[in-house]
Design a protein around this ligand. Structure first.
Ligand code: NI
Length: 156
């Protein structure tokens, strides 16, 4: 397990579409383990594979529960959304930037876990926001591209 460098959004890799994972091999398992270490160290809520320089459709989220638990999404698909929420978001790849975004209040995400088993995650509020944010990274989109406007801390 290792902490990987987080790629800034100025790097072109952050603006490319990621490819699906075809086989969950040892390289993917190591990537997942390293992403967990990296997210824990960075104290973020979610992390997508392109943020550590890998153009694969993978993201992880910290459920913000106690004890700390991470959910791994391989080849995720947002299959249902409902409601809306508005608020500011930051990104580990864009230090010092916050954007105002409108997101669904609830999402259902279908994905594979590291054992290749399909599961459906239902997230609300922060978890819904986080799934949408990380899923956008897999399509090369960051909050700088998708936010309504930049939020400056003194405005809040
Ligand atoms: Ni991000």
């Amino acid at each position: 397990m290792a902490i990987r460098n987080i790629v800034p959004d100025t790097d072109e890799i952050m603006h490319k579409k990621c490819r699906p994972v075809e086989k969950i091999d040892q390289k993917i398992i190591t990537l997942l383990d390293d992403m967990i270490d990296t997210l824990r160290e960075a104290e973020g809520v979610g992390l997508a594979a392109p943020q550590v320089g890998v153009l694969k459709r993978i993201f992880i989220i910290d459920t913000m529960e106690d004890p700390q638990e991470f959910i791994e999404f391989i080849n995720p698909e947002i299959i249902e959304t409902s409601g809306t929420q508005e608020g500011s978001e930051g990104c580990l790849s864009i230090k010092g930037f916050e954007g105002h975004l409108i997101r669904p209040m609830k999402v259902k995400v279908k994905a594979l876990n590291r054992f290749g088993e399909e599961f459906i995650f239902e997230g609300e509020e922060l978890m819904a926001r986080c799934c949408c944010h990380e899923n956008d990274h897999l399509d090369g989109k960051t909050i700088r591209d998708t936010c309504e406007y930049e939020v400056f801390p003194e405005d809040e």
